[in-house]
Design a protein around this ligand. Structure first.
Ligand code: SF4
Ligand code: SF4
Length: 164
């Protein structure tokens, strides 16, 4: 996995022109079965890829943290929401709460998330490859393929299947 992660930014850069073309076509005319295809590709890929050998998302990009996340996680720590915010969060340029630092404070040396059961919604949903109307998040996906090896493989497989 270490090698895969090392090569990923370069591979994503090389795939970018093709990905741009592919997603622009996909946005104009998404196939009717896209939602079910994404479910399938996502499940197949995550049977092969074990996030515990990777954790690159937790190491390199923090999630956006919503008010609901703050409520749930601060309760878990028996902290007041304000205290949780002051200890772990900052406001970014889009005025959203994000983590003060990456790698994420809650990531263990064994790649386990210490707040897994109550982790932010964005962590639960990353890399969003099983979401409905996948064509609507193509810009985000093009960024994610440089971080997430599973997302990279899923996009490559989409291109293989849909570019026929
Ligand atoms: S979601 Fe992607 S980047 Fe995050 S741990 Fe799993 S494979 Fe790695
Ligand atoms: S909260 Fe957990 S899942 Fe989310 S970035 Fe931190 S370690 Fe990863």
């Amino acid at each position: 996995m270490e090698n895969i992660l090392k090569q990923l930014p370069q591979k994503a850069k090389e795939a970018e022109p093709e990905n741009k073309k592919f997603f622009s076509k996909l946005k104009k005319k998404p196939p009717k079965h896209l939602d079910s295809l994404m479910q399938e590709l996502h499940e197949e890929e995550f049977q092969r890829t074990d996030c515990l050998t990777c954790a690159n998302c937790c190491k390199t990009t923090g999630p956006l943290v919503t008010d609901k996340d703050i409520e749930r996680i601060s309760k878990h720590f028996r902290m007041k929401p304000q205290q949780f915010i002051e200890t772990y969060l900052r406001i970014d340029e889009d005025k959203d709460y994000v983590l003060q630092s990456v790698p994420c404070t809650f990531l263990g040396a064994d790649n386990y998330c210490s707040i897994y059961e109550v982790r932010p919604k964005a962590c639960r949903e990353f890399p969003h490859t099983d979401r409905k109307k996948f064509q609507q998040i193509s810009n985000l996906t093009m960024q994610n393929v440089a971080i997430c090896p599973a997302a990279f493989n899923i996009v490559e497989e989409m291109k293989r299947l849909l570019n026929k």
